[in-house]
Design a protein around this ligand. Structure first.
Ligand code: FES
Length: 93
């Protein structure tokens, strides 16, 4: 998995079996907001640039956010996404 920072730096992240995307980000000390870790507070929203976030990880998001591949990092299995970035990095046309 790769994390594309706002400055354009690509950071390689190594998930472990059973990790959520948030688990991987925190282990690699990537700054990301979070609170509940249960998919309820929406504070861990990030964007997927390549891959397919689970439907559950997009529940409660607006149509626009879903169409831009935003998802909740705390409940999305890490193996679902290949390239991620902070929310709002890439916009749909
Ligand atoms: S930490 Fe609350 S939704 Fe992810």
């Amino acid at each position: 998995m790769h994390y594309l920072s706002r400055s354009g730096e690509s950071i390689t992240l190594t998930p472990q079996p059973g990790d959520t995307v948030l688990d991987v980000l925190l282990r690699h000390k990537i700054p990301v907001g979070y609170s509940c870790r249960k998919g309820e507070c929406l504070s861990c929203i990030i964007q997927c640039l390549e891959g397919s976030p689970t439907t559950v990880s997009q529940e409660g998001l607006t149509f626009r956010m879903k169409s831009q591949n935003h998802f909740k990092a705390c409940i999305c299995p890490a193996d679902q996404v290949q390239i991620i970035a902070p929310s709002g990095t890439k916009q749909s046309p």
